[in-house]
Design a protein around this ligand. Structure first.
Ligand SMILES: C[S@@+](CC[C@H](N)C(=O)[O-])C[C@H]1O[C@@H](n2cnc3c(N)ncnc32)[C@H](O)[C@@H]1O
Length: 258
């Protein structure tokens, strides 16, 4: 019996289209003995799992029991202590709202050898897919990533967010966007500030909806699919349009210092 501790790889699978997985992720998957994977959106990922590997689905899917973070970490440790090469395959990048940090700390605590393989995050897949940059000279020099689940529960400095000159990328925010828009407007953000919702980034059914903070208060902003959605708030969203120069001038003339 192999009593050596097996190496654990925390691997970013990218935003859902297997074509956006890195070569390194693919090579590591080929030698995996155990794979623990999240909801990966495109089932063709399963083709890349070796047929000999032990596979556990540990993601969240509506109406089904999903493993708790503690159960996932216990499984990783248990298989590693059996000497197996373990791949923890996670959506997007493991260290962007993926609880990869908790898995990393557990591995360190148990002195298990590990490697982190970054993945293409929805952060960049959404903006690339929709066709606007996250930063753009004269429009946005900074990007803020925000968790829409907790931002309304915490002691958030909304004035600071409302005055933020850059691009806000809101993960897990489709159900709280109306409240978030209201908080931003109440704290001085422009009602003309454009907003884009990108659903199913990188997949065939990707869809982009463009609106503004003001319109969201009047009309809401609903997803058109059951897939994940990422929301961008900031002037870079104007660059989606056919004639972005006009939109940018219109926005800048509202007195925004860009
Ligand atoms: C738990 S977070 C995981 C983020 C992931 N680690 C990453 O780097 O993209 C899940 C959220 O990411 C966003 N997301 C993930 N994949 C997406 C996709 N293909 N299209 C749009 N948003 C996505 C959504 O906001 C979703 O609620």
């Amino acid at each position: 019996m192999n009593t050596e501790v097996g190496k654990v790889y925390l691997v970013g699978a990218g935003p859902g289209n297997p074509e956006l997985m890195t070569l390194k992720a693919l090579r590591i998957l080929e030698k995996a003995e155990v794979i623990l994977y999240d909801a990966l959106l495109d089932s063709s990922f399963l083709e890349y799992f070796p047929s000999s590997s032990i596979v556990h689905y540990v993601g969240k899917r509506a109406g089904q029991h999903s493993a708790t973070q503690e159960e996932i970490q216990d499984l990783i440790i248990r298989y590693s202590l059996q000497g197996k090469t373990v791949v923890r395959l996670k959506g997007g990048d493991p260290f962007v709202f993926g609880r990869g940090g908790e898995e990393l700390l557990t591995l360190r605590k148990h002195k298990i050898p590990y490697e982190i393989i970054p993945g293409v995050s929805a952060l960049s897949a959404g903006s690339s897919g929709a066709g606007f940059p996250l930063t753009h000279r004269g429009l946005s020099r900074q990007v803020l990533i925000m968790d829409g689940h907790t931002v309304l529960q915490e002691d958030t400095d909304w004035k600071w967010f409302a005055e933020f000159k850059g691009t806000i990328a809101l993960f897990m925010g489709t159900s709280s966007i109306v409240q978030i828009s209201k908080k931003l407007l109440d704290n001085g953000a422009s009602s003309l500030l454009p907003v884009a919702l990108v659903e199913n980034a990188s997949l065939k059914n990707q869809k982009t909806t463009v609106t503004s903070l003001g319109k969201i208060i009047e009309e809401g902003l609903s997803k058109q699919s059951s897939g994940p959605g990422i929301i961008y708030i900031g002037p870079v969203v104007h660059l989606i349009g056919e004639n972005p120069e006009l939109d940018i001038q219109g926005f800048a003339s509202q007195g925004e210092e860009l």
